[in-house]
Unconditional design. Structure first.
Length: 352
């Protein structure tokens, strides 16, 4: 494990357990290495034969296939049935193996943007002789697609051409009081104006007595979150790279158990999964629902802007000029890889 003086520039790594189309995994790795990450650790939840040529030459990208042998040698001795447990085990394996000073655990649809701010924050915090600040919190924003409003059953809706198109909303405690009515009839499906989480992710100091969790690090051997210092850098969450990708994500959650999603935080998120499962056969209804919870009309964006909770600037992914980041190609892969699942769920909307 590398050690650094307080005056040296601290290094940071990223770890993710991934089960996404190879182009997204490659974009995740390329982008973070391009903006300054010293290592990217990818734990493949299943084989991805299309991935190696897309990350060829990235000598700081470390790929681990989580196959039967891998899990047999883990602390659980078998593959954990729930993905959150798999994520935690993999994140902690990377945390104890990395040569970097700090490690960020996030998902493959979450991208650090302003890495210069992250570097400054880490430089201010990095003092190997002190445990005062062992965690740095990255607050997250959520990508939204932009377009004119359409009725909830109108088939002629706007959809993105590229994976990283759109602007960003920030969470606001005023959503229920000020903004919810503008999202009717689906306003109750958003929390603080978000369809997904607003809890952020954190970087943990390597070598500190910590266990890596999903959103934060904990004091080792406990369930108590370690104190975090807020960062000026922001994590951009692309919760559904395309409408079909979001639908797939929610359907997988809806079928986690015979009764629906596993019980966890976020009832409104669970409600999204139930809605999509129950209405999988109505393509127009699904399209309108996704449109409502994942995009902003001009009026809605003005409302978010008035609360200083909106950024219209699209995200600039780095190091990916030769990748096909079109929504059409991405959806082709989703339809091909999930055809049997979509058929089982009776999904009418296929994004084509």
């Amino acid at each position: 494990m590398a050690t650094h003086s307080a005056q040296s520039t601290p290094t940071w790594a990223v770890v993710a357990t991934v089960d996404e189309p190879a182009v997204l995994i490659a974009a995740f790795a390329r982008h973070h290495l391009a903006i300054g990450a010293s290592e990217v650790h990818l734990y493949l939840d299943r084989p991805h034969p299309e991935l190696p040529p897309l990350i060829a030459g990235l000598d700081k990208c470390f790929v681990t296939l989580c196959d039967q042998d891998y899990w047999a040698n883990s602390s659980d001795k078998k593959r954990p049935p729930h993905h959150l447990r798999r994520q935690k085990l993999n994140a902690n394996a990377a945390f104890h193996a990395t040569k970097c000073d700090w490690m960020l655990h996030c998902d493959a649809d979450e991208f650090v943007g302003n890495a210069n701010m992250l570097a400054k924050d880490l430089a201010r915090l990095h003092d190997p002789t002190s445990a005062k600040h062992d965690c740095l919190k990255l607050y997250n924003r959520e990508r939204v697609w932009m377009g004119e409003a359409a009725s909830k059953t109108d088939a002629n809706t706007w959809e993105p051409d590229s994976l990283f198109a759109g602007g960003f909303r920030f969470p606001t405690e005023l959503y229920d009081d000020v903004l919810r009515d503008s999202f009717e009839p689906y306003g109750d499906y958003l929390t603080r104006g978000f369809s997904a989480h607003a809890r952020g992710k954190s970087l943990a100091r390597v070598g500190a007595p910590l266990d890596i969790g999903i959103h934060a690090a904990m004091h080792a051997g406990t369930h108590d979150n370690a104190p975090q210092k807020g960062s000026t850098a922001v994590l951009s969450h692309f919760d559904g790279l395309t409408p079909l990708h979001y639908i797939l994500k929610m359907l997988k959650r809806a079928y986690e158990t015979p009764d629906g999603p596993r019980v966890r935080r976020g009832q409104r998120r669970m409600d999204q999964a139930f809605f999509i499962k129950q209405n999988a056969g109505d393509a127009d209804l699904l399209r309108g629902f996704v449109r409502s919870v994942k995009s902003l009309t001009p009026q809605q964006s003005e409302h978010f802007s008035a609360l200083m909770a909106f950024d219209a600037e699209p995200f600039e992914v780095q190091g990916c000029n030769d990748l096909d980041l079109s929504a059409a190609a991405f959806d082709d892969v989703l339809r091909d890889q999930n055809a049997a699942f979509f058929e089982m769920a009776g999904l009418a909307y296929r994004g084509d």
